[in-house]
Write a protein that binds this ligand. Structure first.
Ligand code: FPP
Length: 251
């Protein structure tokens, strides 16, 4: 059977999600199962990132969001935190030119406050160089936590209320969405999590309100085009109702 990630066959057979989010889980377990250091799992995880970005771009998916480092990941041993920062820096240094050539627009979401200056500069550079690209938008959630994102949005709105700029009665779900890190990014239609764990772990909790969730029983370093296919196949079988009724035309 031709895989659905073959762009020649896909679009006619499956209703593609516009935005796919991925919770990349299981690097450590992948490494432990092979008696390798955890770093090796993360390093092989970067290869899986490359496969995911390439497949999403080839398919014509609009947005791919990857949960690379959560605001809770700081509690890991300092060496592992350093390793993850180092891998992101290396990924941007090595892959930015290729991403740019393939018309990928890079966006980074999360708090920049605790990040080292050289990493911050690199993240800014990736966003600026690719800002006019019109292909896949690759959203990297780095030092990201959905609760902190909502706290930041509430603070911004509270300041506007306090200064008299807005009336509290105009606060609605649209205004809150406009103050999230993802203000100009559509909500994810599909969220994939690897490793078999079934939770959101503070990833895009506001934006995921109507996302379809697909949990794959493989570890992130094993993620490839066939795994992407499987997630898209499951997504294609879901009936999305957004709180309405099935198969009832809007009147
Ligand atoms: C979860 O595995 C994975 C992470 C916390 C980090 C994901 C990071 C990368 C794949 C590399 C850098 C990212 C980019 C975008 C270049 P885990 O360590 O929690 O695995 P475990 O639950 O099996 O221990």
């Amino acid at each position: 059977m031709t895989p659905v990630t073959d762009p020649r066959t896909l679009t006619s057979s499956i209703d593609l999600p516009r935005h796919v989010g991925i919770i990349m889980d299981g690097n450590g377990r992948w490494a432990s199962a092979r008696s390798l250091p955890r770093f090796e799992g993360h390093r092989r995880g970067v290869d899986a990132v490359r496969r995911a970005v390439r497949a999403a771009g080839d398919l014509g998916i609009g947005y791919l969001s990857l949960y690379a480092f959560s605001s809770e990941n700081w509690s890991r041993p300092p060496q592992e935190v350093d390793d993850l920062m180092g891998l992101l820096k290396r990924f941007i240094r090595i892959d930015l030119a290729d991403l740019h050539k393939r018309n990928v627009r890079v966006r980074i979401i999360g708090s920049r406050i605790d990040l080292a200056n050289d990493l911050n500069d690199l993240l800014n550079e990736a966003e600026v160089i690719t800002q006019d690209n019109t292909g896949l938008t690759l959203v990297i959630a780095f030092n990201y936590g959905a609760r902190q994102e909502i706290v930041d949005a509430v603070r911004k709105i509270a300041l506007q209320v306090a200064s008299g700029e807005i009336d509290p009665r105009v606060i609605d779900k649209h205004l809150i969405a406009q103050n999230l890190y993802t203000a100009d990014i559509p909500d994810p239609d599909l969220i994939i999590r690897t490793s078999g764990e079934q939770r959101l772990s503070n990833f895009m909790m506001w934006q995921a309100a109507y996302a379809e969730l697909v949990f794959l029983p493989l570890q992130w370093p094993e993620f490839d085009a066939a795994a992407f296919d499987e997630a898209l196949r499951q997504y294609g079988q879901r009936e999305r109702r957004f709180g309405g009724l099935a198969n009832v035309p809007n009147k």
